[in-house]
Ligand binder design. Structure first.
Ligand SMILES: Cc1cc2nc3c(=O)[nH]c(=O)nc-3n(C[C@H](O)[C@H](O)[C@H](O)COP(=O)(O)OP(=O)(O)OC[C@H]3O[C@@H](n4cnc5c(N)ncnc54)[C@H](O)[C@@H]3O)c2cc1C
Length: 379
């Protein structure tokens, strides 16, 4: 079928686009064209076997599936099985390893104490009180007023500066909503009902989502280059950056980007965990991933392991990762969203379209709800 014949056109084959394509083809029974500018489907949820070590890894940063949404869990389980991986994060500060998020073990180990759960809140409150900050006006002050300066300086300051590329004093206090520490030894990173890594990785999920012959996928195709070839009344479901859709006419939304540096190490296990954060600002990377730990059920070679350093930088619009947010970007987003309302056949979503950080389960939920709206207009 030529692009002009499709009533439904989806831009982007990440979770948002692929789930809607699956629903349109299987539930609505309509043909759908999926346009993807990369050479693979799946968007940022893409994983492959490393060519040299055979270790399965995630090309755009470690992705752990976790959810408490029953509908999403049932839906995704139609396309994959998950292993029993439970995520835990550790951080290295001054050559010593601590648990993250900050918990009783982190606090005791950092201060050289043996506080009990019923003692730690009062201890932290005393530390926080020393700062004398009653009315925090920025991220740094808020964090210090919650946990005291020493913990903030060790675990939050440098990491935040690297991650967001600015002094934490320049970030709004509103980012820190909750007291970011636990009063027990719980080291689980997520509290969701379900979590794990797809047993065969992420890519087979997308092969299955897009398997219906009614779905035509065009890889290495940029929507903006073929837009004129599409039917005028086609329903376009766009999951690329919203500012790009309108030619950046009001300006560019700001993002942080990531870059990765792979290294094969001649040891069977480099760091003993899948993700190790590096808290100090002078260490240029934010974390090291060691993907062999994501698949404890797989047998990998003992002689080698794969590690991947993650660096954070200002995005130049090529590969946005985390929305920077803030009042200016919010105002800009609202202008684009107001413009969008005038285009009846355009539906925008996903992390790039909504300019929002979405976990995978939130993206699936958003896609299912968008599909419900599309199908209710049709049925
Ligand atoms: C570093 C990192 C780690 C993450 N880790 C986790 C995690 O552990 N757990 C979790 O639940 N979530 C995680 N996420 C979030 C997860 O990646 C997102 O929820 C998910 O990728 C969103 O899917 P999407 O379809 O909205 O966007 P994407 O995956 O970005 O897909 C959008 C697709 O649109 C394509 N596209 C854009 N513009 C065009 C165009 N003009 N023409 C054609 N194609 C176009 C892109 O190439 C891309 O393939 C992480 C995100 C990041 C950045």
């Amino acid at each position: 079928m030529s692009p002009q014949t499709y009533k439904y056109v989806i831009v982007g084959s990440g979770i948002f686009g692929a789930v809607i394509a699956e629903r349109i083809a299987n539930d609505l029974g309509e043909p759908v064209l999926v346009i993807e500018k990369r050479d693979h489907t799946g968007g940022n949820c893409h994983s492959v076997d490393h060519s040299e070590t055979g270790i399965h890894y995630h090309l755009y940063g470690t992705h752990i599936f976790h959810t408490s949404d029953t509908e999403v869990w049932k839906y995704i389980n139609r396309f994959t099985e998950f292993n029993g991986y439970r995520h835990q994060v550790l951080t290295t500060f001054k050559n010593k390893v601590y648990q993250m998020p900050i918990n009783l073990e982190t606090i005791n180990s950092f201060y050289g104490l043996n506080l009990k759960p019923f003692e730690v809140t009062a201890f932290i409150e005393t530390e926080a009180h020393k700062s004398g900050i009653d009315q925090p006006s920025n991220f740094e002050e808020k964090a210090i007023s919650m946990m005291g300066y020493p913990l903030y300086e060790a675990f939050i300051k440098g990491y935040t500066a690297k991650q967001w590329g600015c002094d934490p004093k320049q970030l709004p206090a509103s980012i820190l909503k909750r007291l970011p520490f636990r009063t027990n030894y719980d080291e689980s990173y997520f509290f969701d009902s379900w979590q794990g890594i797809p047993i065969h990785g992420y890519s087979p999920i997308f092969d299955k989502l897009l398997a219906n012959p009614r779905i035509q996928v065009e890889l290495k195709t940029d929507f903006f280059e073929i837009r004129d070839e599409l039917a005028e009344d086609a329903k376009i479901i766009y999951s690329g950056p919203i500012d790009k859709l309108f030619g950046y006419k009001y300006g560019r939304l700001e993002w942080r980007g990531l870059s990765f540096e792979e290294k094969i190490r001649e040891v069977s296990d480099f760091q003993g965990t899948s993700v190790m954060n590096y808290a100090e600002e002078q260490i240029p990377y934010t974390r090291i991933h060691e993907p062999r730990h994501l698949h404890p059920e797989k047998v990998y070679p003992d002689s080698q392991t794969l590690t991947i350093k993650e660096f954070s930088h200002a995005d130049k619009g090529d590969d946005p990762s985390y929305p920077l947010g803030g009042a200016q970007n919010k105002a800009l987003l609202e202008k684009y969203q107001a413009e969008l309302i005038q285009h009846e056949n355009l539906c925008v979503g996903g992390r790039l379209g909504d300019y929002k950080y979405y976990d995978m389960d939130q993206t699936i939920a958003a896609a299912l709800s968008t599909y419900d709206k599309i199908s209710s207009q049709t049925k």
